[in-house]
Design a protein around this ligand. Structure first.
Ligand code: GDP
Length: 200
């Protein structure tokens, strides 16, 4: 089996503002998603480290950007979970501005992973993130998580429906089923992301 480059990821810092991020050099991939979509679990599964990203017992607790370097010039970025009703409006507006600025200006950003619960894909904020990504010329991969909760037929139908919508919202964005529980789609996701991150 091929070595998993994401196993080398470690925790570096939490940031509340973009100027707290590491210098904008090298290459990084950002993970975004609604609270509770399974973003932390997906990061942990991809990196094969159960304790790396903290899975949220309290949705909405993770209102910060978390940086996970893989080596000196490659990083994974965990963007704040969005869509949690109890986050005050002021903070939501703050993060919307930060995300917009990040996607527009971050030169080392090679692509965005949008984590969505496969039972409720493409909610309002997901669409906004995809539109932001497309408008700023970013690659996007939609991980349709918790696919273990769908039958094979439901999974296939969901994937097809999402791909169809992506063609209009964010042409060029791709999608796949993913489960941190039964690990389906994990190798495919790693391979796509390694291609983005480590290609010259
Ligand atoms: P985050 O808020 O997006 O970081 O979501 P978490 O990773 O903390 O996951 C939210 C909840 O969904 C937790 O209870 C997880 O155990 C559960 N979960 C995450 N991924 C999966 C999965 O692939 N399958 C199933 N069945 N549950 C999952």
């Amino acid at each position: 089996m091929q070595k998993n480059p994401f196993r080398a990821a470690t925790y570096l810092l939490n940031a509340h503002r973009l100027d707290q991020l590491p210098a904008d050099a090298g290459a990084e991939i950002a993970f975004a998603g609604r609270s509770n979509a399974g973003k932390s679990s997906a990061l942990n599964t991809i990196c094969d480290q159960q304790g790396l990203a903290r899975t949220s017992k309290t949705p909405g607790r993770t209102q910060q950007i978390v940086v996970f370097p893989i080596d000196d010039s490659h990083r994974l970025i965990d963007l704040p979970g969005y869509g949690y009703a109890k986050v005050p409006e002021k903070l939501r507006t703050h993060w919307r501005g930060v995300l917009d600025m990040y996607l527009r200006t971050r030169e080392s950003l090679r692509g965005v992973v949008l984590v969505m619960d496969s039972r409720h894909p493409l909610r309002e904020f997901d669409r906004m993130m995809l539109e932001f990504s497309a408008a700023t010329g970013r690659r996007a991969l939609c991980l349709l998580t918790k696919s273990d909760k769908l039958s094979r037929g439901e999974g296939a139908r969901t994937l097809l429906a999402v791909k169809k919508e992506l063609a209009t919202i964010a042409p060029g964005a791709s999608a796949q089923l993913f489960s941190s529980l039964d690990r389906s789609g994990v190798d495919a996701a790693r391979s796509t992301l390694a291609g983005w991150l480590f290609a010259d």
